[in-house]
Design a protein around this ligand. Sequence first.
Ligand SMILES: NC(=O)C1=CN([C@@H]2O[C@H](COP(=O)(O)OP(=O)(O)OC[C@H]3O[C@@H](n4cnc5c(N)ncnc54)[C@H](OP(=O)(O)O)[C@@H]3O)[C@@H](O)[C@H]2O)C=CC1
Ligand SMILES: O=C(O)[C@@H]1CCC=N1
Length: 266
Amino acid sequence: MQVVFIGGGNMATALISGLLREGVTAGHIQVVEHNEQAQQRLRSEFGVRVVAQLESAMLAVDVIVLAVKPQQLPEVAAALAPMLTSQVVVSIAAGIRIANLSALLGNYPIIVRAMPNTPAMVGAGVTALFAASAVNAHQRLQAGVILEAAGSVVWLTEETLMDAVTAVSGSGPAYVFMFMEAMQQAGMELGLTADVARQLTLETFAGAAKLAANSSEDLAQLRARVTSKGGTTEQAILTMQTHAVPEAIVAAVHAAAQRSKTLGEA
Ligand SMILES: NC(=O)C1=CN([C@@H]2O[C@H](COP(=O)(O)OP(=O)(O)OC[C@H]3O[C@@H](n4cnc5c(N)ncnc54)[C@H](OP(=O)(O)O)[C@@H]3O)[C@@H](O)[C@H]2O)C=CC1
Ligand SMILES: O=C(O)[C@@H]1CCC=N1
């Protein structure tokens, strides 16, 4: 399978490293990236062909991945539209709906929308996908292969759910990192070195996620198992509740979903 990425930033880098890890050879991947530093990095890190401008000759491929920021998509789509034949266009842009992208691409119909996340960089991403009705089974498979190289995938039956996915798993790693930053800071305030506080924090997150993944209990039950009556956790949970931490997280996810919706309406 031949793939062209348009935009070679954070997410393209994550997806390309996944494809190479899965055995796709560098010769099957090309990138269009206008930032010179990013071009150099992609060439030296992956050995892929990187060009500054889209060339029609490079589009004799199966899949074109649009990995630019949502605001950059109209310009990219205008350049791409006259060059499309029957490639699958996979867009990872937050908020941009298939109907809008199709219109930007001159009513091109073969589009898959995807929402990956940055743990894709280490093969631990999760991606939700939604295919336009014109995408056939083989083309779905091709789009799926690219995202599966970066972790697990979930196919959605309704495109509107992409706003929720973006808010939960697309942006989610940032919420987790913020929680981890705060835990590390507190550990250091309590006398741990930065390294030890970081290790304890990271392994606690990884361990808790693994435990939850291997348990049939719901998350509230798992939390109750840590919270001994009259013990230390109880004090921490009470403090978080007093500071409305759960409500703040729920509000944050809703704000992200609203932003995704707004980006789609622009
Ligand atoms: N980061 C994340 O966690 C996630 C991001 N996404 C989506 O992925 C997309 C990419 O995000 P991310 O990788 O973080 O963004 P980046 O800004 O890191 O990457 C985009 C790259 O594309 C380049 N670029 C912009 N316009 C063009 C063009 N016309 N031709 C060639 N290259 C171009 C940019 O250069 P320059 O910076 O100079 O403009 C930049 O290097 C976004 O749409 C985002 O919504 C989806 C899921 C998760
Ligand atoms: O913040 C953003 O808009 C992108 C989409 C999901 C994660 N990063």
